[in-house]
Design a protein around this ligand. Structure first.
Ligand code: COA
Length: 183
């Protein structure tokens, strides 16, 4: 399986949005209702272009699925900013910078296309993000994980620190789990 990891660029955004929708609709079915998933696609899940601008959002591409071009198998990133989760259209963003000496880098917006699930794409992205954050001086990483993401992060050494409910409006909310790992 030929997998290439590279930094995401703005031209990737339409393809990333497709991958994110497919990922949420295809891989979160055991954890969230259709109403939660569709509403979360509107208000929480999506591309955070600040990460693309920071050079901290990555795509995993495959040459296998489409012989005449690369397809995006998954995407994910990390952040040196305070925002814990969410896309461009998510409320409560905090774009101020973290201090690598005292703060945990944020692991952000991991989405794997269902056709590529359980083939190591999420793990590969996590390795790349942790290495880049460590190179920037961070010694601790954290994320607001979906329930779907918990097994991956547990398998990679993260521990749960608290549960949270992300408000989705219309009386709906999305349970997520804060998780962290220290080097
Ligand atoms: C969470 C997600 C990114 C995992 O990506 P992935 O590429 O399938 O993960 P990997 O193949 O690297 O899995 C590595 C390990 O994590 C664990 N794991 C991952 N998904 C799992 C699942 N659904 N059930 C149980 N264990 C799982 C396993 O230990 C797995 O190793 P194994 O396949 O050898 O047993 C993917 O399921 C996804 O995109 N989900 C929908 C979007 C989402 O909720 N993202 C999380 C945002 S915080």
């Amino acid at each position: 399986m030929l997998l290439n990891v590279r930094q995401a660029v703005h031209d990737d955004v339409p393809a990333l949005q497709e991958v994110i929708r497919a990922s949420v609709r295809g891989l979160q079915t055991a954890d969230y209702t259709p109403e939660q998933r569709e509403r979360a696609l509107e208000v929480v899940f999506g591309v955070d272009t600040q990460l693309i601008e920071d050079g901290t959002y990555f795509v995993v591409e495959s040459e296998v699925a489409r012989p005449h071009g690369l397809v995006i198998a998954g995407c994910g990133g990390w952040s040196k900013r305070k925002t814990l989760y969410g896309s461009d259209h998510c409320s409560g963003r905090e774009d101020s910078l973290l201090d690598p000496q005292h703060d945990a880098a944020k692991i952000r917006a991991f989405f794997v296309h269902p056709a590529w699930a359980r083939r190591g794409v999420g793990s590969r992205l996590l390795e790349v993000c942790e290495a880049a954050a460590a190179a920037a001086g961070f010694r601790c990483f954290e994320m607001g994980s979906t329930l779907t993401g918990v097994p991956l992060y547990r398998a990679r050494g993260y521990v749960e620190t608290e549960g949270r409910e992300v408000p989705l409006g219309s009386g709906l909310s999305l349970p997520i789990v804060r998780m962290e790992k220290h080097l």
